[in-house]
Write a protein that binds this ligand. Structure first.
Ligand code: NOJ
Ligand code: CA
Length: 548
């Protein structure tokens, strides 16, 4: 039976990247006691759910997205008792806890992989994907997401294993029933421990074509091609439905799938209620693609497409940021002259859409991209891969660095800026990744006491959403403003109506008079510091919400 989880519509989800949130013991690495000590920040902001990026045992090849113990805690982050305390702290504050679930792959240091690679006769031999060499080479031409071939040779078995991400992240073999039982059992174990939901990582790739045909896509500069028949196979949807049947549905667990879905139809395949898969989906779009193709027009049409594809029978995750993306104010707004108003505009845009809003740590104070001096200062394996691909394709090192910098996931991973001190109040030691030097100007401490800060704008928006059904339940209609950079929309629900305009540019744009009919009280504006909305000519990055 399909039961609608109405409570997901009232969530505002805050994502924590534990390594970079708050360091409690001065080793330069964020940790669980650090998060626990900062839960009041979440309460003050008003969020009611916490998505924790992976905290499991891991050798940290990909910062915890390479798990070597699914039922253990990473030593640098603390202990299972710390996790229990964090769970209790969240429960006391009415904050639901969502764990990241990384089950497309594990770490190569997981005991399952160590057993599997030891011999073809090991009982765990089939837990991973092994293939014989073809003419002394890799089984096919597929590229790994982090550079080079997606296959790695292991002399003990005389075979290659498949890894879609780094070679320290071997893909688990979902075709193996014993492996599936282990994973489903582990998921139920976490639900028993009190987790309310899972954000399920890289979930579109579970099922592999058993014959692994060569990809027909053009090769990357290193000679390998991204697979053209891996994401969203019917077998993958069947595995997700099995998870739903055996874990999510019976336990009422909230789920957010991170998916690779090039079309809206593919995206909604994961979340339409009748499919019995996930509650919400986070589509993964490579930053390099977004940097080259994003525009306000595209934003509007993407929102409309996903909304109109399932106005009644599904639900949307709304996010601009996460740990895999450049900072939103740098990517879609303006991190220079219009930093504050554009950070507020993006917040107002997102929090007034239908769907569940996600806030990524630091977004609530308008944190920006960082520009680290050399490629060696970057920790993210995908930044280093992008840089290498640019060099291989003939770019000059300086140009390659400035491009890789824009795309880098480390933009989102620099430590949280708690105050204006050198290390941003994140650690008393040496931070694992450089703190953005602009912590002197952009930090929580100064914004808490400033009624017109980006932070206070987020607090207002979150409070508004909790008060009024129109934001969490209302219909959406876009208005024809005659200008691509000026987005107008209407939200309505049970007699309540909001009229909303956003000027996504550095130019003034005028709201057509006919669209302002009935506009009453201004509910929120990105120009509150300047005294608020003054007229139909919207200033650069001005955003205004009227009640009708
Ligand atoms: C998506 C995660 O969000 C990302 O950080 C990670 O590198 C890959 N999946 C592999 O787990
Ligand atoms: Ca620490």
């Amino acid at each position: 039976m399909v039961t609608e989880k109405d409570w997901i519509k009232d969530l505002i989800i805050y994502q924590i990247y534990p390594r970079s949130f708050y360091d409690s013991n001065g080793d330069g690495i964020g940790d669980l006691p650090g998060i626990l000590s900062k839960l009041d920040h979440l309460t003050e902001l008003g969020v009611n759910a916490l998505w924790l990026s992976p905290v499991y045992r891991s050798p940290n090849d990909d910062n915890g997205y390479d798990i070597s113990g699914y039922q253990e805690i990473m030593e640098e982050f603390g202990t299972m008792e710390d996790w229990d305390r964090l769970r209790d702290g969240c429960k006391e504050r009415g904050i639901r806890i969502i764990m990241d679930l990384v089950v497309n792959h594990s770490s190569d240091e997981h005991p399952w992989f160590i057993a599997s690679k030891s011999s073809r006769d090991d009982p765990k031999s089939d837990y991973y994907i092994w293939r014989d060499p073809v003419d002394g080479h890799e089984p096919n031409n597929w590229a790994s997401c982090f550079g080079g071939s997606a296959w790695e040779f292991v002399p003990e078995r005389g075979q290659y294993y498949f890894h879609y991400f780094s070679k320290k992240q071997p893909d688990l073999n979902w075709a193996c029933p014993e492996l599936r039982e282990e994973i489903l059992g582990m998921m139920n174990w976490w639900v028993d421990k009190g987790v309310d939901g899972f954000r399920v990582d890289a979930i579109s790739y579970l099922d592999k074509p058993q014959d692994f045909p060569d990809s027909r896509l053009p090769p990357r500069p290193d000679g390998y091609s991204f697979p053209d028949c891996l994401a969203g196979r019917p077998g993958t949807h069947a595995y997700i439905r099995e998870m739903n049947r055996r874990v999510f549905a019976p336990r009422g667990v909230l789920t957010v799938g991170e998916v690779s879905a090039p079309t809206v139809e593919e995206l909604t395949n994961y979340v339409r209620t009748e499919r019995e898969e996930f509650d919400m989906a986070i589509p993964f779009v490579p930053p390099v693609v977004e940097i080259d193709t994003w525009s306000p027009e595209k934003l509007k049409s993407d929102v409309w497409e996903s909304y109109s594809a399932m106005p009644r029978d599904g639900w949307w995750a709304r996010f601009f940021s996460n740990h895999d993306k450049p900072r939103q104010v740098s990517l879609y707004g303006d991190d220079g002259e219009y930093w504050e108003v554009s950070a507020k505009l993006l917040a107002i845009f997102l929090h007034t859409l239908p769907g569940t809003p996600f806030v990524y740590q630091g977004e609530e104070i308008g944190m920006t991209n960082v520009y680290l001096p050399s490629i060696e200062d970057y920790d993210d394996p995908s930044t280093r891969d992008q840089y290498n691909q640019y060099i291989l394709s003939g770019m000059e090192p300086e140009a390659a660095l400035s491009r890789a910098r824009l795309e880098s996931r480390d933009n989102a991973r620099t430590p949280m800026q708690w105050d204006g001190s050198e290390n941003g109040g994140f650690t008393t030691g040496r931070p694992w990744l450089g703190v953005n030097p602009n912590t002197a100007e952009i930090n929580l401490e100064s914004q808490r006491s400033d009624p017109h800060s980006v932070y206070q704008c987020y607090r207002k928006l979150i409070a508004l959403r909790k008060e009024s059904g129109v934001l969490s339940r209302g219909d959406l209609k876009f208005l024809e403003t005659g200008c691509g950079e000026l987005i107008g929309l209407i939200r309505s629900y049970e007699g309540e109506t909001l009229l909303i305009f956003h000027n996504f540019s550095r130019q003034e744009h005028s709201i057509p008079a006919a669209l302002l009919e009935g506009a009453g009280e201004v509910v929120i504006s990105s120009y509150d510091r300047e005294g608020g909305y003054i007229g139909p000519d919207l200033r650069p990055y001005e955003s205004v919400v009227f009640r009708i």
